[in-house]
Design a protein. Structure first.
Length: 714
């Protein structure tokens, strides 16, 4: 069997095509797609790619099932029912493009800012993500989108501290002697990191998981610190307190490579373990022991992940944790340091004008935050806000399912006067609200280049099969829309091969496409001697331009400490980590994966369940002022006392009551980065009964229901 490349002159009946997983995952695996007579029959991991080493997660190994799913959208569709019903009729591409152009031109004649693109990481590819889409919306002058929903707090905090989103080489975790897995269920969401952590464990390393949930990863670690949600910054400060008190600092590294340490030292000394223990819900002696382990380890590594920054104080918490290896000099040793994101290693190699921002021609459109899409779609418009949103173009995202406060989101997309176009593979919750649905290709059907945020390799994806039905790549769809709008700038004629050459002008394109990946030119121990990409080469305590002040613990928006009256009504904190066999809302409609998950569940600690008369497997009602969600209770040790875990993200249409956990989450934002606060959420839970509890009819709840029209009476 041969391996097909971009330059293969002949393609045999059975061959392998090199690809790259496009999904929002740090692993960014190298794929080998087996194609037989033009049909993709198998997707496997590439054994020659060092981070992938031949293994794939269960989700992506089922990619042919997703690509050939009987419910794939394979022709353009026009809505014939009410918004949300999902009733459509097929139309031609010519008719769809003509209608979209006519509607957008009419809106743009009034104010192009009334048109909003909405996209995220349905694909992480440089081409099928924003290369041509960015050109289209810049030329149009549409509103800009603050893509904040996942990682903004942590990303901006890390870049503000280190100068860029950079970190350890993934492979070096195998050489660590202590690994803190902080805010990550690595077995489910970072499989290839876990294999290196297991190598370190077999060599004698200690693994510590810091996570409110007793996840599959926590079960496999030597120690699990189940802290309260949103208290990671307090824990980091207490660790610093102990490092300072026991003289476990690398004074030379601090003096040469850290700016602002004296201010940080003063703040950390205000946080003895007893104070942090009261905030975090951990024993003080456990915090002390962890500090000793971390400070004395010959090679201490932190795998920080984005779950812990989806709270009010997420940005400050990341700043504090990112400074820990700088205080101990862990960066000096292979196997020491921190990894949250490695995307900053690749970003300088991307052409800065790939999306042609010059097409704005001096215009400065407003920016809307994707995490507040519910409120923004229901806004009537004002001088401060700008025009009311009249049209949304959704691609690479499913906001009705994934955005917070989804009753508001659904109500916004249900507006009959909102013109909505969705580029999709399936009729998702969002596509059900579209006026036009355009069939997009999957990763097996198009060309792309993918940068990783979890390792230091850039990946190439060659199309393995021809597009099914009438599906088209995002790049072609936006080229076609530009043509229908009358845009004749030469950049809209660039095909995907041209875009690929433009995307990474400084890297060896021939080598990239020949082997499917290319290692980025990152030093083996990039921060061993400082050299942070900041103006003075030092890690920054106070942030860029000293603008952020000293990092500290910022309490959650919703907790007993910060909102005692709210906590009296809703005493349980809820986090919503991903179900193991879903990736955000992708793969939810793959039957084999959905059958493994079963149905939406809420994990509860036995003490919290017993206090409410709830038994394992019972139907429960979870609610707060934003809405009500019904699901099945799973009572057991995965939840810590006082915290419930609503596993997501189910499509709303697959839930018995038409909701998912985002019915309960908030549109409030993080301290840094304007990010979403999914894990900063108070709720109450009761066994399902015929009537709502009295609290559900509280004034805030009733007002919310009246405002959105989305909460249905029971």
């Amino acid at each position: 069997m041969s391996v097909a490349t971009a330059s293969s002159p002949l393609v045999p009946a059975e061959h392998i095509v090199r690809g790259a997983c496009p999904h929002d995952c740090p692993d960014t695996c190298a794929l080998r797609v087996t194609v037989r007579d033009g049909v993709a029959v198998k997707v496997g991991g590439d054994p020659d790619h060092p981070p992938t080493h031949g293994a794939l997660c269960t989700k992506v190994s089922r990619y042919p099932e997703r690509t050939y799913h009987p419910e794939r959208v394979l022709t353009p569709l026009r809505r014939v029912g009410r918004k949300g019903e999902g009733r459509f009729e097929p139309i031609s591409w010519e008719a769809a493009l003509a209608e979209i152009a006519q509607r957008l031109q009419a809106i743009a004649a009034r104010d192009p800012q009334a048109i909003l693109p909405y996209s995220y990481a349905g694909t992480m590819g440089l081409l099928q993500g924003e290369a041509m889409a960015g050109r289209f919306f810049h030329r149009l002058g549409a509103s800009l989108l603050d893509r904040s929903i996942c990682a903004n707090a942590g990303g901006e905090a890390l870049a503000g501290t280190y100068g860029a989103k950079i970190g350890m080489h993934l492979e070096h975790f195998a050489e660590a002697k202590l690994i803190l897995i902080w805010g990550s269920n690595s077995i489910a969401s970072n499989l290839h990191f876990w294999t290196f952590a297991q190598q370190a464990k077999r060599a004698g390393a200690k693994l510590v998981c810091i996570d409110p949930r007793r996840s599959e990863t926590a079960e496999k670690c030597h120690e699990h610190l189940a802290l309260r949600p949103g208290t990671d910054g307090a824990l980091a400060l207490a660790l610093m307190h102990e490092l300072i008190g026991h003289e476990l600092l690398d004074a030379d590294y601090i003096a040469r490579h850290v700016a602002g340490f004296d201010a940080l030292r003063a703040e950390a000394l205000q946080w003895p373990p007893e104070r942090a223990a009261a905030v975090c819900g951990l024993p003080a002696e456990v915090i002390r022991a962890l500090a000793q382990d971390y400070g004395r380890s010959p090679a201490a590594a932190i795998r920080l992940n984005y779950g812990m920054q989806r709270v009010h104080g997420g940005g400050n918490a990341v700043r504090l944790i990112a400074l820990l290896p700088c205080l101990t000099g862990a960066w000096r040793r292979r196997g020491g340091g921190l990894l949250l994101s490695a995307s900053g290693w690749g970003r300088p190699h991307v052409a800065p004008d790939l999306q042609r921002p010059g097409l704005l021609a001096g215009r400065q459109p407003r920016t809307l935050n994707m995490s507040t899409i519910g409120d923004d779609l229901l806004h009537e418009g004002s001088p401060a806000f700008g025009p009311r949103v009249e049209a949304v173009i959704v691609y690479n995202s499913n906001p009705v399912a994934v955005a917070p406060d989804s009753a508001r989101v659904a109500a916004g997309f249900a507006r009959e006067d909102l013109y909505t176009v969705v580029l999709e593979h399936f009729l998702t919750d969002t596509a059900d609200h579209a006026d036009i649905v355009l069939p997009a290709t999957t990763q097996l059907e198009h060309r792309d280049i993918v940068l990783s945020y979890g390792h230091t390799w850039v990946m190439a994806n060659a199309p393995a099969i021809a597009p099914l039905g009438e599906a088209r790549p995002n790049t072609r769809i936006f080229r076609d829309l530009a043509r229908a709008m009358g845009y004749d700038e030469p950049c809209f004629a660039d095909d995907d091969e041209t875009l690929a050459r433009q995307a990474l002008p400084g890297l060896d394109q021939d080598a990239l496409w020949r082997q499917g990946w290319l290692r980025l030119p990152v030093p083996e121990q990039p921060l061993a001697d400082g050299g942070f990409p900041t103006p003075d080469g030092k890690a920054r305590v106070l942030g860029p331009g000293d603008a952020w002040g000293v990092p500290t613990h910022v309490p959650p928006h919703e907790s007993a400490d910060s909102a005692p009256a709210l906590a009296a009504r809703y005493p349980l904190a809820m986090i919503s980590p991903p179900a193991r066999h879903f990736l955000n809302s992708s793969f939810v409609n793959v039957k084999s994966l959905r059958s493994i998950e079963g149905e939406p569940v809420l994990e509860m600690h036995p003490d919290d369940a017993a206090a409410r008369g709830i038994v394992d497997g019972a139907r429960v009602r979870v609610w707060n002022d934003r809405g009500v969600h019904r699901c099945k209770a799973v009572v057991g040790p995965r939840a810590r006392p006082g915290v419930v875990n609503g596993l997501g993200i189910w499509w709303r249409k697959f839930a018995a009551d038409g909701t998912n956990v985002n019915q309960l989450t908030s549109q409030k934002l993080t301290d840094i980065g304007r990010g979403a606060t999914f894990y900063d959420c108070l709720v109450e839970v009761a066994a399902e009964a015929g009537d709502e509890p009295a609290d559900a009819a509280a004034p805030g709840h009733a007002t919310r229901a009246a405002a959105t029209g989305a909460l249905q009476p029971d």
